[in-house]
Design a protein around this ligand. Structure first.
Ligand SMILES: [Fe+2]
Length: 304
């Protein structure tokens, strides 16, 4: 899916990465659903494990060395992908109410200086395409660096959920801000604790916003057709909310074990031909069926 602000891709590599890559015109965030390995970068090695967001600023030359099967959700943007402004003070320090903190940000661990003079292929994303350069030296011919721009990882498991007496709308889940989009993390948490709370989202219309959700882990059995690795897309402007009967069945629930990543975009998303082919065509009609009473409402508390 894509628009002028963000591209959202799924990556399930079948072969090792050949050569090096640099996004010359945008920032990238890679959410690692499955797999571990290392982003070898010009700033040093950046190890990753499942649940990590790998944040790669534009201009970073890197190569992904994967260990075992991988499943990634990749966000790329010509705008900046940043820590939300409202989590930071005027000096850029994370504030105490932010759902993550400086200690959760992991920069590259070790810088390797390469001196090899040999052919190295570097693919650069630029001007809506890719250009291929063959360097006669290793691109990591670097002895050190300083400054504030470098790749880093943040684990979704370190996101401290914000909960409330009644339903907390999606900004409480925000993890990154982009140009006309946000990335949010839905993590295991206690649910709304008012004795009269209905602990799942209210029906709403997402005016001026598209909602893409990627389901990472948890029990989504009550959302028909949803399983781990599923993607849903709610086009903007359409009323939606819990499936019929779910609000009643959620009464008394105290916690959710869901794990999901959401990207809300403020301009419409377009689908690639492949994305169109992957659409099962049933999701929009799933509100038309009443679920059976034994369905477990746990895991359905994502922003719907
Ligand atoms: Fe929504």
């Amino acid at each position: 899916m894509w628009n002028d602000d963000v591209e959202i891709s799924l990556c399930r590599p079948t072969e090792p990465m050949d050569g090096f890559y640099r996004n010359g015109e945008g920032d990238e965030v890679v959410f690692v659903h499955e797999g571990s390995g290392t982003f070898e970068t010009i700033f040093g090695d950046l190890p990753y494990t499942p649940g990590d967001y790998v944040v790669v600023p534009r201009g970073t030359t890197y190569r992904v060395v994967a260990e075992g099967p991988q499943r990634h959700v990749v966000f790329g943007s010509p705008g900046l992908i940043e820590i939300p402004s409202r989590y930071r003070n005027e000096y850029g320090q994370l504030l105490e109410h932010a759902p993550y903190y400086t200690r959760d940000i992991h920069p590259p661990t070790k810088l390797h200086t390469h001196r090899d003079r040999d052919d190295h292929v570097l693919t650069i994303r630029v001007k809506d395409g890719h250009q291929r350069y063959v360097l006669d030296y290793h691109p990591f011919d670097v002895v050190g660096w300083d400054g504030y721009v470098y790749p880093w990882t943040f684990s979704i498991h370190d996101f401290e959920p914000i909960t409330g007496r009644i339903h907390m709308p999606p900004p409480s889940h925000q993890t990154f801000q982009g140009r006309n989009f946000v990335i949010c993390s839905f993590c295991p948490r206690k649910l709304d604790f008012d004795p009269l709370a209905i602990p799942i989202p209210y029906h709403h219309s997402n005016l001026n916003s598209e909602e893409m959700i990627y389901y990472v882990d948890g029990n989504f059995s009550s959302r028909k057709g949803i399983e781990v690795g599923s993607v849903t897309l709610h086009p903007s402007g359409i009323p939606h909310g819990p499936h019929p009967g779910l609000a009643e069945r959620s009464l008394g629930m105290t916690e959710t074990h869901e794990l999901a990543v959401m990207c809300d975009t403020f301009h419409p998303l377009r689908l690639t031909k492949l994305a169109h082919e992957l659409d099962d065509g049933k999701y929009a009609y799933s509100w038309n069926e009443r679920g059976s009473a034994d369905e477990n409402p746990l895991g359905v508390t994502s922003h719907l």
